[in-house]
Design a protein around this ligand. Structure first.
Ligand SMILES: Nc1nc2c(c(=O)[nH]1)N[C@H]1C(S)=C(S)[C@@H](COP(=O)(O)OP(=O)(O)OC[C@H]3O[C@@H](n4cnc5c(N)ncnc54)[C@H](O)[C@@H]3O)O[C@H]1N2
Ligand code: MOO
Length: 403
């Protein structure tokens, strides 16, 4: 059985099929992925300006005792024809351009003004309260790289540089299947031996937060021919196929056999609990992720393996695809060791003495309820006993590509 981190490494370093590009308006770019390096069009700040409402002080500020106020400059004004010499000042407002010859800006709370003569009630240093031209971004430099996931912060930065049209990767098409004769849909009436499909709804709901086109491909019966036919058809249209169930070793588990026949099974069986039968492969150009049927196994393998791989396949830069973990102190201990790395549903409890991990009850791989209370997955390393107050790795749950 393959180690979790080895599997993650393999998934993230696979060949990424070349992604198509398109240009969208700034308003349509959120949650998409930048497809080109973008350069600074305008120095930021574009012109040196004041960080405070106050007074721009000219010339030598160390020896001068008082200043004559000779200009008034508001945001939106230009200061092109103005200069300040020693002993001269300008009334200035936040964001307004500073005049030539300004050595510092003093905020108005630290001043006194009588008949246009300004004195200071606090000392001021050279450069204080001046936001200098290009101190943040210099024209021509790359300020955002291809592979950047577009968050609201990125939208703001793009807007601040005047970008109205954004080159992005085209969304992918993702087919989501469930498998199993026992599955029916919510809204239908349960008969003996049946259960409601939870996994497909979980995956469809999560994937809605991505930029991709998501196809609800329904439920596959536990039948070899039907499974092969449906996966073969989907592979002609999909970039990615996600299935749940039917990947274990039973006679009714047809999914990995179908992938082996139609394409290539790259990976099967991981040393993790839950999620051991997780499999991955491809049919033609479509990448196929096969998640184990137990709903918690589906959830864990999706969060810990499929989401990082999906990010990469979507074009997000490799360094932003690894799931992010934090270290936190346990409030519980484990009684026996496991040969597989275990991912437990936990709550994170911040306190003055650090971040603590509380174990939720109902950890069985068929028990979904703890997930609704959980805000993280705690990693219990293989063959390891955990004691109270030990530091362990926890992976905060995320429901979009941003985390
Ligand atoms: N002899 C062995 N049996 C099993 C092994 C094993 O190694 N040897 N592994 C177990 C583990 S671990 C898991 S996990 C499951 C995974 O099996 P499958 O991926 O083949 O899943 P199914 O058998 O189809 O279903 C398992 C379980 O989950 C329920 N299920 C399936 N799909 C859904 C869905 N969409 N929504 C809600 N619940 C679903 C299904 O009814 C079963 O109860 O195999 C173990 N067996
Ligand atoms: O993935 Mo299986 O659930 O280890 O329960």
């Amino acid at each position: 059985m393959l180690d979790y981190y080895q599997a993650l490494h393999d998934l993230l370093t696979q060949n990424i099929p070349s992604l198509k590009k398109q240009t969208v308006s700034l308003q349509e770019a959120d949650c998409l992925i930048l497809a080109e390096n973008l350069t600074v069009q305008y120095d930021t700040p574009f012109f040196s300006n004041s960080a405070m409402d106050g007074y721009a002080l000219g010339g030598d500020i160390d020896t001068c005792q008082e200043w004559k106020i000779i200009h008034r400059i508001a945001a939106g004004d230009t200061a092109q024809s103005m200069t300040l010499k020693t002993g001269e000042a300008a009334r200035i407002f936040t964001g307004a351009p500073i005049p030539e010859g300004t050595t510092a800006v003093i905020q108005q709370e630290n001043t006194e003004v009588n008949d246009s003569i300004l004195t200071l009630t606090s000392p001021v240093k050279k450069g204080q309260n001046i936001r200098y031209q290009a101190e943040e971004l210099k024209k021509g430099d790359v300020f955002l790289s291809s592979g950047q996931y577009i968050t609201p912060a990125v939208i703001a930065l793009l807007a601040s540089q005047g970008y109205a049209q954004i080159p992005v990767f085209k969304p992918l098409t993702i087919y989501v299947f469930s498998t199993g004769n026992e599955l029916i849909n919510p809204g239908e009436t349960l008969s003996a031996g049946q259960i409601y499909d939870a996994n497909r709804y979980l995956l469809l709901s999560w994937l809605k937060q991505t930029p991709h086109q998501i196809i609800d491909a329904g439920t596959l019966p536990d039948n070899k021919e039907a499974t092969e036919q449906a996966l073969s058809n989907a592979s002609q249209k999909a970039d990615i196929i996600i299935t749940s169930g039917g990947v274990s070793v039973g006679e009714e588990d047809h999914v990995h056999a179908a992938i082996t026949k139609l394409g290539k099974l790259t990976l099967w069986k991981l040393a993790i609990k839950p999620g051991k039968p997780f499999a991955w492969g491809e049919i033609d150009k479509a990448t196929v992720f096969m998640l184990p049927g137990n709903p918690v196994s589906t959830f864990v393998t999706f969060q810990q393996l499929v989401v990082p791989a999906l990010k990469r396949l979507s074009g997000i830069a490799l360094e932003h695809c690894m799931p992010k973990a934090v270290m936190a102190k346990t409030t519980f201990s484990t009684k026996k060791t496991q040969s597989r790395k275990e991912f437990l549903r936990v709550q994170l409890q911040p306190s003055a003495t650090g971040l603590y991990v509380k174990l939720l009850s109902h950890q069985g791989s068929a028990m979904l309820s703890a997930f609704t209370q959980a805000d993280a997955l705690a990693e219990i390393p293989e063959n390891t006993l955990v004691h109270e107050n030990d530091y362990i790795k926890v992976y905060p749950l995320s429901y979009n590509f941003n985390a």
